[in-house]
Write a protein that binds this ligand. Structure first.
Ligand code: ARG
Length: 567
């Protein structure tokens, strides 16, 4: 409809005012008093033509008012054109929002997009700070997939580096002869921490660790097995957590996978004179002055490779193997410079690159002082999730009969984990995140429980209707203001999905779901649904309830959340 109005408006203005590249774009007004769609084209065109904006707006308004789908046109302010659609035209428009609830099927031949996220470092439990990249990445991958792209979800595990040397030394010294595979991930972490404590007193430990890692790099079979065991233990514990978070991957090829792929890159760089010898024989890349970037080391003076070398090999491998349309890597802002240097190096090597973005996420801070000042390294994600579920449990118990559920355990898991995840996804990812239990678990604000509750409420209305079919009635004469508001919000679903995908900003979807929940609740509290006076009204309200529930569920699941049928 809006497209049709755009084409129509554009044609009319061209006819009335001649050439120039006019384009009528419609947006949804923030306030219901400004109609269903508004355009600023008159203001823009007036600058180009030197004509008064009102004169242009009048031409447009007059022509549009004859259109069969339009109920009313008004000119507001200096020259805004506001349009009200006829109820039946609005309802017809809603089929787009319903269609937006179904994932598009990707074309088999389409080039894939690679979304890389989570990327924890092996042998350490997943810390709560890794949660940001994990859930934001999952949501972004979900958005790409929903839009019909072939998505490769990639967990680039940090399974290479001196930490293996440290761990091997620690296990030998304090591991009491236990086999690596028999350690729990927490015990491994404790040994890793012990290594650091002891190394402060005895610096030779660091040397031992470095030597051990060199031996691993050179292929020592015993150490290789050791590393594989540690990777297996870590993957096991990660799998359980990802499951609880509704996070999944197609590949978990980590840093170690590129071990035999770096030599070729080093050769290519030297041959193309992009890599030069720096201080002490290290290989570095120097960037043009105007980039303002410091040199990038790709090989140490002792011949050892680096994080940067593996990332170069990784880019090359992904391009050669998948010919992707895009590569999107979600990381902490601390890695910004690394990726800028990486991409500039790829360009200097003359590589043909896909669309690329280092999707940056902020840091996590804690409203609760106890959490941020906690001694002992990292706050474990598992503990945070368990705590969230415990708190959800208490809330459910406190609310007593006002909460209905067949399975309180399932509900508290859904609510607790949802609260943590939604707490992250509802905020602009570029900002630091303040982790606040009370806000996350609130039933009133922009929170997972609020969305979940709204969904359950809508489902409960549908159950009580004893109907199966919730299609919109054919004839609708009038709409109440609260119905119109819900419709107006529902109509934005597709464009919100597009926008969240394009900007890689899942919080735009979260905010939309919050808006829809508020609008639906206002409608629910303000208008009788099951007790509506006329059959047609009842059918319309049930149809709106059903579509709202479907949109909430679709949107929530894209954000990794689950919504209950009853609550
Ligand atoms: N494992 C790294 C870390 O935890 C992040 C990896 C980011 N991805 C990459 N391709 N470098 O710091």
């Amino acid at each position: 409809m809006f497209e049709e109005l755009s084409t129509l408006g554009t044609k009319m203005l061209k006819k009335a005012f001649g050439g120039g590249d006019v384009k009528v774009l419609w947006t949804s007004p923030k306030e219901i008093a400004h109609g269903d769609a508004t355009t600023t084209v008159a203001l823009e065109l007036s600058k180009k033509l030197g004509t008064k904006p009102r004169a242009i707006a009048e031409v447009l308004a007059k022509e549009l008012s004859h259109h069969s789908s339009i109920e009313k046109v008004e000119i507001a302010g200096a020259g805004y054109v506001n349009v009200w659609l006829k109820p039946s035209a609005l309802i017809t428009e809603l089929h787009r929002s319903r269609a937006a609830c179904t994932a598009r099927v990707p074309k088999k031949t389409a080039r894939p997009v690679i979304v890389e996220y989570s990327q924890p470092n092996i042998a350490k439990p997943l810390g709560v700070h890794h949660l940001l990249s994990t859930v934001i990445g999952q949501a972004i991958a979900n958005l790409h997939e929903h839009a019909g792209q072939n998505v490769i979800r990639w967990n680039y595990l940090g399974d290479w580096g001196t930490q293996f040397g440290k761990l091997a030394v620690a296990l030998e010294k304090w591991g009491k002869g236990k086999k690596p595979r028999d350690f729990a991930i927490d015990e491994l972490l404790a040994l890793y921490v012990k290594f650091h404590d002891e190394a402060e007193k005895d610096p030779t430990l660091e040397d031992q660790a470095r030597k051990t890692f060199r031996a691993l790099e050179q292929g020592d079979p015993h150490l290789r097995n050791f590393r594989e065991d540690i990777v297996a233990v870590t993957k096991g514990s990660l799998g359980a957590l990802y499951g609880r978070l509704h996070v999944n991957f197609d590949l978990d090829l980590g840093e170690s996978f590129y071990e035999d792929k770096m030599d070729a890159i080093l050769e290519e760089g030297k041959r193309k004179e992009v890599f030069e010898t720096g201080e002490g024989g290290a290989l570095i890349v120097r960037f043009p002055e105007e980039t303002g970037m410091p040199p990038y080391m790709v090989q140490k003076s002792d011949g050892a490779t680096l994080y940067s070398t593996r990332d170069l090999a990784q880019m090359r491998y992904r391009i050669d193997t998948y010919n992707p349309e895009g590569i999107y890597i979600v990381t902490d802002i601390a890695q910004k410079l690394h990726f800028e240097q990486l991409m500039e190096t790829c360009r200097m090597l003359g590589w043909k690159l896909p669309d690329f973005e280092n999707v940056l996420v902020g840091r996590m801070r804690f409203a609760d002082k106890k959490m941020s000042t906690r001694k002992g390294n990292i706050l474990k994600l598992e503990e945070v999730l368990d705590e969230a579920v415990r708190r959800a449990d208490t809330i459910i118990a406190d609310r007593g009969d006002s909460i209905q559920t067949d399975d309180p355990k399932e509900l508290s898991e859904m609510m607790g984990i949802g609260a943590v995840v939604y707490g992250i996804l509802s905020q602009n990812r570029k900002m630091d995140l303040v982790f606040d239990w009370d806000k996350m678990l609130s039933f009133e604000g922009n929170s997972a429980p609020y969305l979940q509750y709204t969904h359950a409420r809508a489902k409960s209305v549908l159950r009580k209707s004893d109907q199966q079919d919730f299609s919109f009635p054919k004839e609708i004469k009038a709409l109440t203001e609260k119905e119109r508001v819900v419709i107006g919000t529902l109509l934005q679903f597709q464009s919100v999905l597009d926008d969240a995908l394009e900007t890689h900003m899942p919080h735009k979807l979260a905010n939309f779901l919050y808006q829809l929940s508020q609008d639906y609740n206002a409608f629910y509290n303000g208008e009788p649904i099951l007790q509506a006076d006329q059959a047609e009204e009842r059918a319309l309200r049930l149809a709106l309830t059903s579509l709202t529930a479907t949109v909430l569920k679709t949107g929530a699941e894209l954000l990794t959340l689950r919504v209950p049928e009853r609550m």
